[in-house]
Design a protein around this ligand. Structure first.
Ligand SMILES: [Zn+2]
Length: 289
């Protein structure tokens, strides 16, 4: 097994150093123990995902970070695997800057039609992309925009609702006739069972799990977030789609800001594409003028 570990770690570092461009990796293992074979195949698949992401353009290329995190935090990885991953991610971030700058800032949420706005706290572009891939044909149609405000919860939420950056949305939104409620997101019940929605009032639901995980350190790795997000979309967004369609009100799904990943773990506040590129999913999508 040791030789297999070493060979994988060697290949991981080579790919993350950008030296595996042309050779697809066959994610299969002929190891006789089925559990071992599956674990090796999954590790090889992660390397192949890194390799193919490096061949893409932004925004798709941003998915590299989740795959590289899964490789670099693997128990088989070496210290140089993490250094190579962080180096490569830094290059991807830099390369994606023109794309980020080309994005529009989101227009503040229009409250006239009593929308339901689901805000995932601290979900980055790569986590969103990988979650959409996991959802397959059930993925949500969305567009990209660029957070203009400081990538922290309160200023970002204020920008989304056109509030003064010194305001606290939890206090000010109810004063303006909007419900503001917060859930963790990992509850087993759907948001429609956790929160009361008044059909006559716009409603904001803030989902705290990812930001909490980032600040709590080991609660969730970056590469564990896409599966958690996909599960939350299935659990919370599906019943909201049904409810909003019945009540003829728009549903908006977005994030306040994303997260940077580095030697100190997950942080936000310094900017960069993984903090500022925001997904914006609207149902029904706005009619193009
Ligand atoms: Zn936040």
């Amino acid at each position: 097994m040791r030789a297999v570990e070493n060979a994988w770690a060697e290949l991981a570092t080579r790919i993350l150093n950008g030296r595996g461009e042309n050779d697809p990796i066959n994610a299969a293992s002929s190891y006789c123990n089925a559990a071992h074979a599956a674990a090796i195949a999954a590790r090889l698949a992660a390397l192949e995902s890194c390799r193919t992401a490096l061949l893409m353009q932004p925004p798709d290329m941003l998915a590299l970070r989740c795959h590289a995190c899964s490789v670099a935090t693997d128990s088989w990885a070496r210290r140089e695997t993490l250094s190579a991953a962080l180096q490569r991610i830094g290059e991807v971030e830099e390369g994606a800057t023109p794309w980020l700058e080309s994005l529009p800032e989101p227009a503040p949420v229009d409250t006239a039609e009593n929308p339901v706005v689901l805000v995932f706290d601290a979900v980055s572009a790569d986590v969103w992309l990988c979650a959409q891939k996991a959802l397959g044909e059930n993925s949500l149609p969305f567009e990209w925009c660029r957070l203009g405000a400081e990538p922290r919860t309160i200023p970002a939420l204020c920008a989304l609702f056109d509030l003064d950056p010194a305001d606290n949305p939890a206090d000010v939104l109810p004063e303006r006739g909007m419900d503001f409620q917060s859930i963790d997101g990992t509850e087993s019940a759907a948001v429609t069972d956790l929160v009361a929605f008044d059909p006559k009032r716009p409603s904001v639901v803030h989902i705290a799990a990812f930001d909490r995980a980032a600040h709590a350190g080991a609660r969730m790795r970056l590469c564990d977030m896409p599966a958690a997000l996909a599960a939350m979309i299935e659990r919370h967004v599906r019943p909201l789609e049904t409810m909003c369609a019945k009540q003829k009100r728009p549903l908006v799904v977005t994030a306040d800001h994303g997260l940077s990943w580095g030697k100190k773990g997950l942080t936000h506040g310094n900017g960069g594409v993984y903090e500022r590129a925001l997904f914006l999913a609207k149902n029904p999508p706005e009619a193009k003028a």
